[in-house]
Design a protein around this ligand. Structure first.
Ligand code: 5FX
Length: 537
């Protein structure tokens, strides 16, 4: 499909429907941001009474968000774009990102409402009452342990589920959420015509019809055969009857899924030919936003929680750690992701206890200790950990002889927390095939040169830094450009060819060969001690 447009005239819109709000980012063909805007759910849509965009239920496990809130937010954000005089008419393609795993449950009436969207009426008014489950389960929900166990049994165990779908059964993954709703609310399930992900739902609102789920976000459901990028019959059947028809098709992430609905042309001035490129999950979109398109490009995001993710050629799913998703910018590749709960808050608590609460002192203490910390290894588990699963909180310290000790000198604690975190990332990342050739460090702590120096030495590769604060929204905009180029070209165009502008990241730390050798030698001991800590629970 030739679009007949000059690239330099075109703009590309990325939306990000995250847990706490909806964001928009518009870029030109050089990836220069021409508009950014956001709607915060708690502050700007207080009638939904969310906290952090969610409702936590009294059972302590169930977490939902009202689907209609996402609808109201879209209207509000698009109006903001218009009010800010964003050149909406020049947007040639749009795409989006959504918090992963969340599901939106629609009755038959939803499709009618979507097709007939009217520019004169609020979106919310038109979509009210079309949901068979009004409160959408989201990724923070952990109420489906029973369904995870049942589905893992039906599919041959955790490793078999990981081999098939890219991850073992996780409570937040959509298939397990669907099984729970089918079991506990059969009438609601029966009344459901379509189950969308948050990403594909927002796309539906813009296209004015049901749209396919993309393979990358579809990988977060425990329902898709990761290699075939198709629903797995047995996984569907052990979840709920008639599920395949309710999920609709899967498409590649760069596929055009339709054009924008006339409502937005009439009401907001969108170009009637504006293409919609499949929406995807926030982590896949961040991978696109950080431009990690080659195997070996990985990002380590140092935030409240730490995340390691990157592209890889061969999937190596594990029943114990991490996730493998279809790659959102390269249909022949995959992406891997490992999440940690103990991130910045844990580093800060060691800073507070050992360095009087000051990063300068922390960095100074770090410099007084050698790489490898004279054999000392520590596990700082302030929050129950995901990778590896360590539910018992506390600090577990071992001396150079591998004996458990109660304390370290402050400078050794400072080094041990960083080395432990990065050794864990190297170990568990490697288990699922993440072998970095370079690292892009993002998030608050990436500004600390001492911290990223340890990172470079543990992994033995250069570390780049550069802020891309809304990497999911900008990644969605880049994917819109990518999908548009593929459509214009009539066949797949590699992502790095589609994005001509060079990535704005700076090389900030080089590995020291000697220090790296110390860490490589330490890895096996680290893994052994980690097993001991897990065993102590
Ligand atoms: C990934 O598996 C997650 O559950 C989260 O990162 C959500 O995508 C957050 F939106």
């Amino acid at each position: 499909m030739k679009t007949g447009k000059r690239e330099s005239d075109c703009l590309f819109l990325g939306l990000d429907s995250s847990t706490q709000g909806l964001k928009a980012c518009v870029v030109d063909h050089n990836l220069k941001v021409v508009y950014e805007g956001a709607v915060n759910f708690d502050a700007e849509l207080p009638e939904f009474k969310t906290e952090g965009g969610v409702h936590r239920h009294p059972d302590g496990l169930t977490v939902t968000s009202p689907a209609i809130m996402w609808v109201a937010a879209l209207d509000r954000l698009l109006q903001k774009m218009k009010d800010a005089k964003c050149p909406i008419g020049r947007i040639s393609a749009l795409s989006g990102s959504g918090q992963q795993h969340g599901s939106v449950w629609m009755k038959k009436a939803a499709r009618r409402a979507l097709r007939q969207l009217d520019a004169r009426r609020a979106l919310r008014e038109q979509m009210e009452g079309v949901f068979s489950v009004a409160d959408s389960p989201i990724w923070m929900d952990s109420s489906t342990s029973r369904q995870c166990a049942e589905r893992e049994r039906a599919l041959g165990g955790p490793q078999a589920v990981a081999d098939l779908t890219g991850s073992r059964a996780y409570e937040r993954f959509t298939g397990n959420q669907i099984a729970r709703i089918f079991q506990e609310r059969p009438a609601a399930y029966e009344a459901t015509d379509r189950i969308a992900l948050v990403s594909s739902f927002v796309a539906s609102l813009l296209v004015g019809d049901y749209v396919p789920i993309d393979a990358s976000d579809g990988s977060g459901m425990n329902l898709m055969d990761l290699r075939r990028k198709a629903w797995d019959r047995v996984a569907l059947d052990c979840t709920a009857p008639g599920l395949g028809a309710r999920l609709g098709p899967i498409v590649l992430s760069h596929a055009v899924i339709g054009k924008i609905h006339g409502r937005y042309v009439e009401g907001l001035g969108f170009d009637a030919n504006c293409l919609a490129v499949a929406f995807s999950g926030d982590n896949p979109c961040s991978l696109a936003g950080l431009r990690l398109q080659r195997a070996g490009d990985i990002a380590i995001s140092l935030g409240t929680s730490d995340t390691v993710f990157g592209s890889l050629a061969e999937p190596r799913p594990s029943a114990t750690e991490g996730h493998i998703f279809a790659n959102p910018v390269d249909p022949a590749a995959y992406m891997a992701m490992v999440c940690y709960k103990n991130g910045s808050l844990t580093r800060e608590s060691v800073r507070d206890q050992s360095a009087g609460g000051a990063w300068d002192t922390f960095n100074g203490l770090l410099d007084t200790t050698p790489a490898g910390n004279e054999g000392r290894i520590g596990f700082y588990i302030k929050e129950p950990e995901i990778t590896p699963p360590i539910l018992k909180t506390g600090t577990f310290r071992f001396n150079g002889a591998g004996e458990k000790v109660d304390s370290f000198p402050p400078e050794a604690d400072v080094r041990a927390v960083l080395e432990g975190q990065f050794l864990s990332m190297r170990l568990h990342g490697a288990h699922i095939g993440l072998k970095p050739s370079s690292i892009l460090a993002t998030g608050g702590a990436s500004a600390n040169r001492s911290i990223i120096g340890v990172m470079a030495n543990v992994f033995g590769v250069p570390v780049y830094v550069g802020e891309q604060p809304n990497s999911a929204a900008s990644g969605a905009a880049y994917r819109a450009l990518h999908g548009w180029k593929c459509a214009d070209h009539g066949s797949f165009v590699p992502f790095d060819k589609a994005l001509s502008a060079t990535a704005p990241f700076k090389r900030a730390a080089e590995p020291d060969k000697k220090a790296h050798a110390v860490y490589s030698a330490m890895l096996e001991r680290y893994a052994g001690l980690e097993k001991q800590v897990i065993g102590r629970q």
